[in-house]
Ligand binder design. Structure first.
Ligand SMILES: [Zn+2]
Length: 342
């Protein structure tokens, strides 16, 4: 049974404007919001972002989640990272240099960097103080997306080489093999486990959601079952975002990953969440969004979200007809709202 209907929200930092937007979300059937907070928002606009979250909870009674949007370049999103800007030494390193031996580093922090983890711990500790934040969202944690044709992988930085050698008793190879695949997977799991444990230690009632992006994007996590099994004691919700139109896929793709997400979540006794595409939607494809959300409902998902508010109107990721997308979302959300008395 669907209990939550929400959207991702970002790009505005003024609480009075946010109030108008939250009213609009409520009219579109939402009872939840995910605030996508970039490092820039955190460093520069923190006070106002927290005021917006407070309004969403106090005035609209929304479930309010916080997303460390694009932090370190290892979570999903377009926002740049202060941490990477200031700490180029902690970037992921490609296993094979290009011909000139340059550009080995990519714009994403290594998962095994304790400095980055401490940077996040500090922010987590601060956010945990706010009672109106219901939970945290680990958004598409992934190693840097290299092109499919790349013979290189990331990360083969000094720290990763050292850790790999300790674990496998051999040098880390420059070409991907099964040990490297496992090592990368475990690096992401360990990273998320440490962050989640920190939250549960400070504020056990805060929910933790982790969202994996399905293939063809290569996050570094191929075994979803083992991933959720490894984190089941520290996370509350398993999510995925089968954005079919981005990859020229049909709704069968949505159904396949909805079934997979819900069944793995159920297997490990946690809730499920599915994300509907609400950006870069091409003209005349808008009604497919309704079908995708109906598929989520058919599989009894607990929570449905759409990325993002108003069909990404005005953004580089805008839908061809953002207003139509937003209206379609509003119609189907309001149908579900009535169906489940939300
Ligand atoms: Zn590394």
């Amino acid at each position: 049974m669907v209990k939550e209907l929400g959207v991702a929200y970002y790009g505005n930092v003024f609480p009075d404007h946010a109030r108008i937007d939250l009213e609009e979300m409520a009219r579109h059937g939402c009872n939840s919001v995910l605030i996508a907070m970039s490092e820039y928002d955190w460093e520069v606009w923190r006070k106002n972002i927290m005021k917006i979250a407070h309004i969403a909870k106090e005035e609209f009674n929304f479930n309010v989640y916080l997303n460390f949007w694009s932090w370190g370049g290892i979570f999903g999103g377009e926002a740049p990272s202060f941490f990477l800007h200031k700490n180029t030494d902690f970037r992921q390193v490609k296993s094979i240099s290009n011909k000139r031996g340059t550009h080995d580093k990519v714009a994403a922090v290594c998962f095994n960097t304790s400095e980055f983890k401490n940077y996040l711990f500090k922010a987590i500790k601060n956010v945990c103080k706010y009672e109106f934040i219901d939970g945290f969202f680990w958004d598409e944690p992934h190693f840097y997306y290299l092109p499919k044709s790349a013979i290189s992988f990331t990360c083969r930085c000094d720290t990763c080489q050292k850790l790999f050698k300790q674990e496998y008793n051999r040098e880390m190879p420059v070409k991907l093999d099964n040990d490297v695949i496992k090592f990368k997977e475990n690096s992401i799991i360990k990273f998320l486990k440490d962050l989640s444990l920190k939250i549960k230690e400070i504020s056990p009632s805060k929910k933790i959601i982790v969202c994996l992006n399905p293939p063809p994007l290569e996050s570094g996590i191929s075994d979803w079952d083992n991933f959720v099994y490894s984190l089941k004691d520290v996370i509350d919700v398993f999510a995925s975002d089968p954005y079919w139109l981005l990859f020229g896929k049909s709704l069968n793709y949505v159904e396949k990953f909805t079934e997979k997400t819900v069944s793995i979540a159920k297997k490990y006794g946690i809730n499920s969440q599915l994300w509907c595409l609400g950006f870069l939607v091409q003209r005349k494809k808008e009604l497919e969004l309704k079908e995708a959300i109906k598929i989520f409902d058919k599989y009894n998902v607990d929570s449905i979200f759409t990325w993002c508010f108003r069909g990404a109107e005005g953004m580089s990721l805008s839908c061809s007809n953002p207003k139509k997308v937003w209206d379609v979302i509003g119609d189907v959300y309001n149908e579900l709202k009535r169906k489940y008395h939300l």
